[in-house]
Design a protein around this ligand. Structure first.
Ligand code: TYC
Length: 101
């Protein structure tokens, strides 16, 4: 027989690596100026001013707001950058990260 044998083929399920995404969450406080929070959101997270304002106001009114989702490492790095920037200016701004459901 000239057919190519299929006998020894194994079926391999292709899995696409899909890393779990993590939310970066902005927390409200009583001391950080609103304008500073907006600047941090623009500079660290690349948001435009309207979106930065909207997220800042959500955190201000509700206590917390999701800024964006990233892979774990990027989420943690961005949260750290924002916290460090705020500390350099003497503000207590806090951000956390958590895995998406
Ligand atoms: N609550 C702050 C104020 O009244 C402003 C603020 C908003 C701080 C959002 C943090 O995540 C925050 N100056």
């Amino acid at each position: 027989m000239s057919d190519i044998s299929t006998q020894n083929r194994t079926r391999t399920r292709l899995r696409t690596a899909r890393p779990k995404l993590h939310k970066v969450i902005l927390l409200n406080d009583d001391y950080t100026p609103r304008e500073f929070v907006v600047k941090v959101l623009e500079s660290v997270f690349g948001l435009g001013e309207p979106q930065a304002e909207s997220i800042m106001m959500t955190a201000h009114q509700k206590g917390a707001a999701v800024i964006a989702v990233y892979t774990k490492e990027i989420a943690e790095t961005k949260a750290d950058e924002a916290i460090e920037l705020s500390q350099q200016f003497g503000f207590p701004l806090m951000l956390t990260t958590e895995p998406e459901e």
